[in-house]
Design a protein around this ligand. Structure first.
Ligand code: GLU
Length: 447
């Protein structure tokens, strides 16, 4: 149920953004949390802050033509949604995946506003990407695509304007090609125009690991708040990309046993604990499917095709693949299997029904806006290092990340308490992120 003022705002979001179901879902989730804030702060409604937040400041859609290795021409669509710059330059990643359309970019950009606000760092919210499918493409094809994409994007971004980074399908290699093309077109070595760079050309220590490490730190805090820890816990991590791999690494360091991970072909179950070196070899070096892990690992390890990884009983679930991967049914199975904590490494991986089931069962639920904010927070640290032409050590950077995650965790709990919803991290994250952006918007006038 929405607060009555919010009901009509949500109706107008539905009307003005037809068919963009992921965006509708992301907006609804925030609106469901902020009802109580409006009672305490009538100034937000008077200035139509919520209506303004739901409308992107600027949306850019462009053509991306490129040529494959056989000389065939392809046309993809590029997007950049510059959603909100009240707190700082638009900040958020680029996603290259065939499912990308305006509704996905807007949901991600909308979430990014509050996530970035919650970090307490000076970054606004934005997101971009393309429906380009990098799967099976050669390195040269990827490079040509990135160059063509940046040939349009460059005019819209800048260190004080809009600072992209990676997301699904965009890692350090792609960021390198994008940055190289930006530098060539503009004749400026503007390091802080993009983050997630390689260490040899202005990248920051721990940025690669940050989303996964940050999510593990966040769950560690949730467990500590309940008087327990990762020690001896069975953990299921979905996905096997950047977020999943570094989530597994840090969970193992913190004493948890990760018994399963997955890709779009299926999942592996490895009760002794995932062999991280083998997983990195298979996914990051050889780019093989998940069954290769089971074959090479041998023993009791099995590969299960075409089923949900969430059918596995575990104490901690860390969805790190993509949106809406935990349905209501999956959440019920997890609760039945003894799950006590969920940390969202991906963006919006749990459906609204799934969230409700976790919360009613008393599971500690760490929403993506809080639990995966370590990635973008470390991007802000990369911008800070670029601005001061400095580079920090791995140890110092990781300590900063851990402090940021502890701070976010504490703030979510405190805010949830303040608004009468103790232990509700989702409400705490939405309210705290919203208030930071809303207050800045009030101060900046009618922008
Ligand atoms: N794509 C990441 C996210 O969802 C990181 C964005 C960034 O570093 O700007 O937060």
């Amino acid at each position: 149920m929405l607060h009555e003022k919010l009901d009509s705002i949500y109706d107008s979001v539905l009307r003005r953004n037809p068919g963009e179901i992921e965006f509708h879902q992301a907006v609804r989730e925030v609106l469901e949390s902020i009802g109580p804030v409006l009672g305490k702060h009538p100034e937000y409604a008077e200035s139509k802050i919520i209506e303004r937040i739901c409308e992107p400041e600027r949306q850019i859609i462009f053509r991306v033509p490129w040529e494959d290795d056989q000389g065939e021409v392809h046309i993809n669509r590029g997007f950049r949604v510059e959603f909100n710059s009240a707190l700082g330059p638009y900040k958020g990643g680029l996603r290259f995946h065939p499912s990308v359309y305006l509704g996905i970019v807007k949901f991600l950009g909308f979430e990014q506003i509050f996530k970035n606000g919650l970090t307490g760092l000076p970054i606004g919210g934005g997101k971009g990407g393309s429906d380009f499918d990098p799967k099976g493409r050669s390195q040269r094809e990827i490079m040509r695509f990135c160059q063509s994409f940046m040939t349009e994007l460059y005019r819209h971004i800048g260190e004080y304007t809009d600072v992209p980074a990676g997301d699904i399908g965009v890692g350090q290699r792609e960021v390198g090609y994008l940055f190289g093309q930006y530098k060539r077109i503009t004749n400026r070595y503007e390091s802080a125009v993009i983050t997630g760079k390689g260490l040899s050309y202005g990248g920051a220590q721990v940025r690669t690991e940050a989303t996964g490490y940050g999510c593990a730190f966040f769950v560690d805090e949730m467990l500590k708040a309940r008087g327990t820890s990762f020690d001896g816990k069975r953990v299921v991590v979905s996905g096997s990309g950047n977020v999943a791999v570094y989530t597994i690494e840090k969970v193992q360091q913190l004493g948890g046993t990760v018994i399963a991970c997955s890709d779009s072909s299926g999942y592996v179950i490895d009760n002794k604990g995932i062999d991280l070196d083998l997983l990195k070899q298979i996914k990051q070096v050889e780019h093989l499917r998940m069954d290769a892990y089971a074959k090479r690992r041998g023993g009791e390890v099995s590969f299960v095709a075409g089923r949900s990884i969430w059918e596995l009983p575990c104490e901690v679930a860390m969805p790190s693949a993509t949106q809406n991967e935990i349905t209501g049914k999956d959440a019920e199975a997890l609760v039945r299997g003894g799950c006590v904590a969920v940390g969202e490494g991906a963006n919006m991986p749990t459906t609204p029904e799934g969230i409700r089931i976790f919360q009613e069962a008393g599971v500690a639920f760490g929403p993506g806006k809080a639990a995966n904010a370590g990635g973008v927070a470390t991007s802000a640290l990369e911008m800070q290092q670029n601005a001061s032409r400095d580079s920090w050590t791995f140890e110092f950077s990781e300590r900063r990340l851990q402090e940021i995650m502890q701070d976010i965790h504490g703030r979510c709990l405190k805010t949830a308490d303040e608004y009468g919803m103790p232990g509700n991290y989702a409400a705490g994250a939405n309210i705290d992120g919203f208030k930071r952006v809303a207050d800045a918007m009030l101060s900046l006038g009618l922008i």
